[in-house]
Design a protein around this ligand. Sequence first.
Ligand code: AMP
Ligand code: ZN
Length: 491
Amino acid sequence: MAALSLYNTLSRSKEEFRPIKGKHVGIYSCGPTVYNFAHIGNMRNYIIVDLLKRLLLHNGYNVKHVMNITDVGHLVGDANIGEDKVRLTAEHEHKSVHEVAKFYTGEFLKDMKRLALMEPEIMPKATDHIPEMLSLIEKLDRKGYLYTVNTGVYFDTSKFKNYGKLTGLTFDELNDYLISGARVKRASGIRNTTDFAVWRFSNPDEKDMVWQTPYGKGFPGWHIECSAMSMKYLGAHFDIHTGGIDHLPIHHTNEIAQSEAATGEKFVNYWVHIEFLQVNGKKMSKSMGNVYRIEDLIEKGYSACAYKYLVISAYYRSQLNFTFEALEGAESTLEGIYSFMSKVSNMNFMGKEEGNGTFAERAKSLKAEFFESLNNDLNTPTALSKLHSLISETNKAQKKGFSKADAKAVIDTLLEIDSVLGLGFSKYADREELPKAVSELIAEREESRKNRDYKRSDEIRDELRKKYSVVLEDTGSGPIWYREMPSSRKH
Ligand code: AMP
Ligand code: ZN
């Protein structure tokens, strides 16, 4: 089994990945809050998660991937006080909260499909897991971690040893950090700035998304959802937890505190945080008018896979700046790969089918380097450079002389690479049947060449390209032909 190393936020170092249970890996990803369409920044996060999952599968592990749907509890601004995001949209759109959550969950799943992301094995909804959250709250209560103020039931973070260990800050430093940047608003009556609600009391007029419980009438805090759902499906101690970098100081820090306080066990072994996407060098925001969705890119004529390629071309722990020029570049590069696939799949060796296949060995070693790079903390830029070496070296080798075995090795390598990248290479791996007229022209050109009638030979070559998009190339192992791929671009 290939060795994967991952940067673990918890240890602030790259570590060799070792699962808890042999070949089985449990991953929990903080999923979308379904109050709005997901934007391309959100989707960067899920593209990387999908890549990690596919790599683990390629490495031979069985993966159980859980991604929650937050349909209640996430407050505007992630603050300690404020309004529930889903409820607020429902008010604006004059819909019920259930309708809002259902609609945006459906839209999110559409985006996942457009990007060819594998659907997680389990996608639990917060509203379906209120009993699990309450039982966690009850455990924390029994152990003396909770106190009640007029807005809800809070977790006293000063009682949890090493609170904030994920951030690398001490308890006091973390409190100062949150206060100084006004990152959280202090709810009245709370003991520490870092304290957070596990249960919030609703206003008397709130009817939707409120539950009558022994802790009062209300709804859960956002962090408790992820603890309850991850531990329900993956156990109290599991392998990998992912999320955007913004979740590190508050959401994930609180997930650790309440989970470990309740179970007395280590919660998660590896914390993987994905950096943010910016647009034209700026934070995405409605007021800037720079919030794009996958659908916006498609409407402008780009493919969802071009965006995926753009994301993969950057290292996940670096900020990525989205521009339409960069997307354009990604689309061209991806088209180049598709046309290369189509070319190699359609190479015709005109009787020289049996070569010695020496390039196959080179393809194998480039493949190994590709996966080595990915296994090195998902170093996608280096991995992609190996893929491009494979393409350019194939083009060179094929000019000198190539065999059917070489071509097959290249195609198989690209398909294996794509089992992890998920960029749809397989659509271009089919061998097309040539119309009879084309094969007759190719045969005629061969005849003309043999008879040194180069004028006729060139005429046929031009006709094939113009009329049938068939390209003839003379190589060291004789002429080959392939169909030129038409551009699918609409912009
Ligand atoms: P939310 O639906 O707001 O909970 O966000 C879903 C996921 O997207 C979270 O893991 C966020 O950290 C992540 N996220 C939000 N904005 C961005 C961004 N601009 N770039 C990358 N990831 C983001
Ligand atoms: Zn979460």
